[in-house]
Design a protein around this ligand. Structure first.
Ligand SMILES: [Mn+2]
Length: 373
């Protein structure tokens, strides 16, 4: 995915320049693992330098896939360069402050950006003094800390709080129901937790979505699985000024490669003109041939070189799978029948002529050896 990720960073940097973006919010996951590959670390390093050179600050929180400690390395030094990492509990109520000009009454307003990293309930409940180790209670505790800080700052002038949160938020529940539901371990947090903030930038789900006008997921910048084949990836451009958030626009990223989810018989997939569009795509192919074709992947890649996932869903398999393996074992006439039945069972294709000969010879050799003992 590295080439696609580079392409995305290019688009992001161009966008920051073209629209004079003041701050880029990244609500985790930044990486997809605690120990990311060297190329990926280099790419993030380069991306942060380029975004800040383009004139924007960056605020990043860690997600569940990130190592908060590794990602947070040198964060106090990076602050000076305009990159603000929010990976620690201690920093929950330490906002990044931006001037927002005078409001209607002529008072100088500020935008205060807070970051809630992914909070693993069992690890942070005690430090946050949450009554129980659930996603809801720890997120609520974090939100309370932020609200306290906002209240203090409002004594000296208007403040518009913006919050980044790496969490699974849902519109279907409320804080009241969550108190009951969280006992059952439901991981989602209700939207009303964020209702006092001017904007909440959520990270975690890959699909870009608006849960409430001022609570949104940007989604991942690239599709990371074939289930995202229909997503149009993008971000949100949030206008925020002395009087709050007047406007939010959709930003769309150009997908570097289309994803194709194809299904059919091998011969049809290789021959049909209607699949020509998928030749340059990343493909997820399900073959429906009754017999699993030999060298299926190699053959498919002659037309669809970037076939990444190959699945089999043979026609008539349902009828076949109704007969259990043990029933088939019992029905086999001889050892050769058992072996051929096994091949058919594990790979969806029975033994070919050459294979049957080899099996027959092997069984015969074993029989002769046993006879000699
Ligand atoms: Mn996540």
């Amino acid at each position: 995915m590295l080439e696609a990720q580079r392409n995305f960073v290019d688009q992001l940097v161009s966008f920051v320049e073209a629209r004079s973006v003041d701050v880029v919010l990244i609500a985790g996951d930044v990486y997809d693992r605690a120990l990311p590959g060297l190329d990926v670390v280099k790419l993030l390093d380069e991306a942060l330098v380029r975004i800040t050179q383009a004139g924007a600050k960056v605020v990043l929180t860690s997600g569940n896939h990130d190592s908060a400690i590794r990602l947070g390395f040198a964060s106090r030094l990076l602050e000076r360069g305009g990159v603000h990492l929010r990976t620690r509990i201690e920093d929950l109520d330490v906002p990044v402050m931006l001037p927002a000009g005078p409001d209607g009454q002529g008072n100088p307003a500020t935008v205060a950006i807070y970051g809630i990293p992914f909070l693993e309930p069992r690890l942070v409940a005690e430090r946050l003094e949450a009554p129980s180790a659930t996603h809801f209670e720890v997120t609520l505790a974090a939100v309370e800390r932020i609200k306290d800080d906002v209240a203090q700052r409002r004594v000296s002038g208007p403040v518009h709080p913006v919050v980044l949160a790496h969490t699974f938020a849902s519109g279907g529940i409320t804080s009241e129901s969550e108190r009951d539901l969280s006992i059952g371990g439901l991981g989602a947090v209700p939207l009303d937790l964020f209702e006092d903030f001017s904007y909440t930038a959520l990270g975690h789900l890959h699909g870009r979505q608006e849960l409430a006008p001022h609570v949104r997921y940007s989604g991942s910048p690239l599709a990371y699985s074939f289930s995202e084949a229909r997503h149009h990836k993008g971000a949100w451009l949030v206008e925020i000024g002395a009087d709050g958030v007047p406007d939010i626009q959709e930003v769309l990223w150009e997908a570097p490669r289309t994803l194709a989810v194809l299904r059919g018989k091998l011969e049809d997939l290789l021959g049909s003109a209607e699949h020509a569009w998928a030749e340059a795509a990343y493909c997820h192919i399900t073959l429906t041939d009754a017999q699993r074709p030999a060298q299926a992947m190699e053959t498919l890649r002659s037309r669809f070189p970037d076939t990444l996932v190959l699945a089999f869903d043979p026609e008539g398999a349902e009828a076949r799978s109704k007969t259990s393996y043990s029933t088939r074992l019992a029905e086999a006439e001889d050892d050769l029948g058992v072996c051929c039945g096994f091949l058919d069972h594990v790979r969806g294709r029975t033994a070919g002529e050459a294979e049957e000969t080899a099996l027959r010879e092997a069984l015969e050799a074993v029989r002769l050896e046993e006879a000699e003992l």
